[in-house]
Design a protein around this ligand. Structure first.
Ligand code: AMP
Ligand code: MN
Ligand code: MN
Length: 318
């Protein structure tokens, strides 16, 4: 597969790189390192993101112009990174196929192999691990700009080397990135210790909604549009809070529900132990990994909670 992709890159001139909505560190680090690699090979590369870069990832070296509008021109190939399915790219994703050959590079268990070329490794800790392998086979010497993007992708997707997806490649690749000049304390401060104080006011409100069920094996909390308004915050300020809920003793599934509109919620699920939240999110048309997954659920808050508890009892015997 690496050779097939190498052939397309060698023979092409112009590439589009994209990733999922609500981009996380792996999405951005993978897309941006891919950009610097294509540029170092003398290729034209355009990065398309449906959403803006969240404040905590603004330190990542990025091209001066990232497009937030889907381009109209054709490309020799389109790299879709860290997306389990094509609709994760965001509204208008259907038009992507008209722009060129889709190369799907990912590590999600639920990947739907939607590309003409699919480079999927569900055993990889991150998409960055998969593309690091690709960069290696392209014989590209890695620069600092590539290294800090790769390091940040692996560091964040493994939850700072704490989650079950943390493997020996995570450490080996990151060790190499350190030798290329990456400072772990700098990345950590940028990602985790650089929040506006409003984020903590928002946390206070979210915490008042916390409920636990089944002898504290499930935790559910929610964040509403009203809370964002009241604290002057937005979606990016609630990122990472679901991981905090996972810290509760005995919790097997932590769920954070984010109100999209009055009858639609985005559920972020995290598991500790044996429950497979990707399978639960799949029931609602979403997906992800065994211990970290997401989906969108229709209904008011009480209906959504009932649906989740129902799916948990069927899928996970909770
Ligand atoms: P999140 O809860 O949005 O942080 O996502 C957790 C994991 O599940 C990430 O790896 C996401 O890429 C994946 N994920 C989130 N939402 C969806 C969805 N609707 N469909 C497929 N995968 C998703
Ligand atoms: Mn991701
Ligand atoms: Mn990922």
């Amino acid at each position: 597969m690496f050779q097939k992709i190498k052939h397309i890159i060698d023979n092409g001139k112009k590439f589009l790189i994209t990733t999922h909505i609500d981009p996380d560190g792996d999405a951005l680090g993978s897309a941006l390192s891919m950009h610097w690699v294509l540029e170092s090979l003398g290729k034209k590369s355009v990065v398309y993101l449906k959403d803006q870069i969240p404040y905590r990832y603004k330190f990542l070296p990025a091209p001066s112009s990232i497009t937030h509008e889907l381009p109209k021109d054709r490309f020799d190939a389109i790299f879709v990174l860290d997306c389990g399915n094509l609709f994760r790219v965001g509204d208008g994703y259907e038009k992507l196929r008209e722009l060129g050959t889709i190369i799907n590079i990912d590590h999600h268990d639920t990947n739907e192999t939607f590309g003409e070329i699919n480079l999927i490794n569900t055993g990889a800790c991150s998409t960055a691990e998969v593309i690091y392998g690709l960069f290696h086979s392209l014989h590209v010497p890695l620069s600092y700009k590539m290294a800090i993007n790769i390091y940040t992708a692996i560091f964040t997707d493994t939850g700072s080397f704490r989650y079950e997806n943390t493997n020996s490649s995570a450490f080996l690749i990151c060790e190499e990135m350190l030798r290329l000049g990456v400072s772990p304390s700098y990345v950590s401060q940028m990602v985790y210790e650089n929040h506006p104080k409003e984020r903590f006011r928002l946390f206070g409100l979210i915490l008042t909604t916390l409920e636990t069920y089944d002898e504290d094996r499930i935790a559910i909390a929610c964040v509403t549009q009203e809370m964002f308004k009241k604290t002057g915050t937005s979606r990016e300020h609630s990122d990472g809070f679901v991981e905090t809920l996972r810290e509760i003793k005995g919790i097997e599934v932590a769920v954070l529900l984010r109100e999209l509109d009055s009858n639609k919620y985005k559920a972020s699920m995290r598991a500790k132990g044996n429950v497979d939240v990707a399978r639960i999110c799949n029931v609602f048309g979403g997906g992800g990994h065994k211990s970290a997954a997401g989906c969108t659920i229709d209904g008011n808050i009480e209906e959504v909670k009932v649906k989740i508890k129902g799916a948990l009892s069927i899928e996970a015997d909770i």
